[in-house]
Design a protein around this ligand. Structure first.
Ligand SMILES: Cc1cc2nc3c(=O)[nH]c(=O)nc-3n(C[C@H](O)[C@H](O)[C@H](O)COP(=O)(O)O)c2cc1C
Length: 179
């Protein structure tokens, strides 16, 4: 499978990017092609609702890093959203990316499945992120392959010592059978 991973933490090298790197490494070993786009290093502005994309074959009027991400999205079979929990939901950066996927709202998506890698300072803070993922997937008819959660990430890099990192590896390897 071609897998596109979007990381939505502004903190470079933080728990979210570590989760995504571990996922990508295991998925590549399992035979998949993985592209990671770290929003911490890219400029993806909010959608401006102009609907230029609806009459321009999914091209966005805004010229920022979302243009190259849309090219990756157009060939990806699976999307993996990696996000920290901010105020009981996904981060604003992750939401900005999701909003900009509106560009393919009329043209349609190549993506057929999705997964989420979430992490947070506390536990039991994932309800909003999960509800949104389920609603989007239901609307777009994407299969949810998995939602991996890593709570109790109190410091930058906490995840390095967490057993949840193994859950990420196991999840990536489990995708082998569902190519
Ligand atoms: C603005 C902000 C809001 C946060 N809100 C929550 C929250 O609602 N619940 C929670 O458990 N952790 C919250 N956290 C903690 C982060 O989810 C946690 O530290 C996470 O591991 C950060 O990921 P990163 O290292 O990739 O940046 C928040 C952190 C920040 C900076």
């Amino acid at each position: 499978m071609n897998i596109l991973v979007i990381t939505g933490s502004p903190r470079k090298g933080g728990n979210t990017e570590i989760m995504a790197d571990v996922f990508a490494q295991a998925a590549r070993t399992a035979g998949h092609t993985v592209i990671i786009k770290n929003l911490s290093q890219l400029k993806v502005a909010p959608c401006i609702a102009c609907q230029y994309c609806f009459t321009h074959d999914g091209e966005c009027v805004q010229k920022d890093d979302m243009n190259s991400i849309l090219k990756d999205l157009d060939t990806a079979d699976m999307l993996v959203l990696a996000s920290p929990i901010y105020w009981f939901d996904i981060s604003a950066q992750t939401k900005c990316f999701i909003d900009r996927m509106y560009a393919f709202g009329r043209k349609g998506f190549h993506i057929q499945s999705i997964a989420m890698l979430l992490n947070s300072g506390a536990d039991n803070v994932y309800a909003a992120a999960e509800a949104q993922l389920k609603a989007i997937s239901s609307y777009l008819k994407w299969e949810i392959k998995g939602i991996i959660k890593a709570p109790n990430m109190t410091e930058k890099g906490s995840i390095q010592n967490s057993p949840d990192l193994q859950k990420v590896r196991d999840f990536a390897v489990s995708l082998k059978e569902s190519v």
